[in-house]
Design a binder for this molecule. Structure first.
Ligand code: DLL
Length: 435
């Protein structure tokens, strides 16, 4: 099902013509309304008038998270505060978080794009949507909420946390869809087991999961535990929030980026060179229709690839693959570049382990060390007098890490439910190295 047939299936040529027109408009808006952009365009020797084709965008400077921090809180807004109706902030763990603003028109577009996402997952006004993304400054809660209302579904504004209560609501209100982070979905499944609730007997048939990296293995795990079809949704507060890209039910193979509103590029994170579609690199977005907080060439730090091949669902919008990690949270362990998502992929492939893990990176002398703490399944733990079995798992895991990722790790199998559960985005890395 397609929410906005006209725009989501626009022939490429017409789509690109629309993007070009909108790109000119947005750069005009920024050049005249935001001092930062006037300066940075002038410095790079470009003006909105230099845009003749979409390819000309590559001459424009990037916007980075640091630029947002430098202009904290409202320095990059392109609309007066009197027309801003909403503020959100990204969950920055270090330094000033970044603040984003929306006009009434921005909220309307965001709601429509989220409506497109639900429709792509096959949801309609007949659905009841349990929204466990956090409400508040985080964009997940309200973003998912407005879109659900837009399609006329009934929304349960659960927000995150209070996991036992969430299970009760799932039993009593009988929602047909759930929205949360994939790690929280696993947390819910575990709590349901502890409460002796069979999630398969409930009515949830679709899950809209995003806001953090996850893997195909984790998808299988969640689908098995919850008895639903899991969809990947992508977004980031700087660009809008959830609903920048979404998988379609027909293919579930890459997320369609809503290209009538966002222009995507992938670049080499080292050189800033634009890569041909299909090559893995850092995702860069230019917003085409935002009023309050437009951004030109925002570096997301997310590593992925664009999939230009047409999709069988009929949408003409380009797809992006799974986020493989971030160009800035990539761990370098003894010179080897590793993404936590790759470690996770190895872990979930091992029988008897739970997908709950923690990575502890440290340094002994000049040598980096990596300890992977991973939970045993209840079943294996209760039969753990078989010390040999545990030793075998440890050995196997050590070998897999070496074979697949080229890193040597200390494996520590821990008791079930000893690793802290997430209520939003899981934080799984403890980096103790002082560089
Ligand atoms: O996480 C918005 C969101 C809410 C997306 C709910 C999807 C669902 P931020 O807090 O600004 O916004 O974090 C954005 O999260 O740059 C990615 O690194 C990561 N991320 C978001 N979606 C996915 C996904 C929201 N599907 C950052 N897969 C992004 C992998 C994701 N990573």
């Amino acid at each position: 099902m397609i929410y906005n047939e006209e725009f989501e299936t626009l022939p490429r040529e017409a789509l690109e013509a629309l993007q070009l027109k909108r790109l000119k408009q947005v750069t005009e808006r920024l050049y005249h309304n935001v001092g930062f952009y006037k300066k940075s365009f002038d410095k790079a020797g470009v003006t909105p008038a230099s845009i003749k084709t979409l390819d000309d965008l590559k001459h424009f400077p990037f916007t980075t998270k640091q630029d947002l921090r430098d202009n904290y809180p409202f320095g990059l807004f392109a609309a007066p505060m009197s027309s801003v109706v909403r503020l959100h902030a990204s969950s920055g763990t270090t330094g000033a978080s970044t603040v984003v603003g929306y006009t009434q028109h921005d909220i309307a577009i965001w709601s429509e794009l989220m409506a497109r996402c639900y429709t792509a997952a096959g949801l309609t006004k007949n659905d009841v949507i349990h929204n466990a993304y956090g409400y508040g400054l985080f964009t997940g809660g309200l973003g998912a909420h407005y879109g659900a209302e837009k399609i006329g579904a009934s929304v349960i504004p659960m927000s995150g946390g209070n996991t036992r209560r969430q299970i009760t609501i799932l039993q009593d209100f009988r929602p047909t869809a759930i929205c949360c982070t994939p790690s929280y979905a696993l947390n819910l499944a575990e709590q349901a087991r502890a409460m002796d609730v069979d999630l398969h007997s409930l009515s949830v048939r679709a899950g809209i999961f995003g806001a953090e990296p996850w893997s195909e293995n984790m998808r299988a795990e969640i689908e098995k535990a919850m008895g639903l079809t899991a969809f990947n949704i992508y977004g980031l507060s700087e660009i809008m929030g959830p609903g920048v890209a979404m998988e379609c039910a027909e293919a579930r193979d890459g997320m369609h980026i809503f290209e009538d509103h966002f222009l995507a590029e992938t670049i080499d994170p080292e050189t800033g060179e634009v890569l041909p579609p299909g090559e893995e690199g850092e995702l860069v977005f230019t917003t085409l229709t935002k009023e309050a907080f437009p951004l030109v060439r925002f570096r997301t730090r997310d590593i992925t690839r664009l999939i230009p091949q047409p999709c069988r669902c009929g949408r003409t919008h380009i797809r992006m693959g799974r986020v493989m990690g971030r160009s800035d949270d990539m761990l370098i362990i003894r010179g080897v570049n590793v993404f936590p998502s790759q470690i996770e992929a190895v872990l979930v492939g091992v029988e008897g382990l739970e997908p709950h893990y923690r990575l502890i990176v440290d340094r002994e002398g000049t040598l980096d060390t990596l300890e992977i703490q991973v939970e045993l399944s209840e079943m294996l733990f209760s039969g753990a007098d078989e010390i040999k079995v545990l030793q075998n798992i440890e050995r196997q895991l050590k070998k897999d890490m070496k074979d697949y990722l080229g890193i040597t790790a200390v494996i520590k199998l821990v008791e079930p439910r000893t690793i802290e559960r997430s209520e939003g985005k899981a934080s799984r890395i403890i980096d103790r190295r002082v560089l």
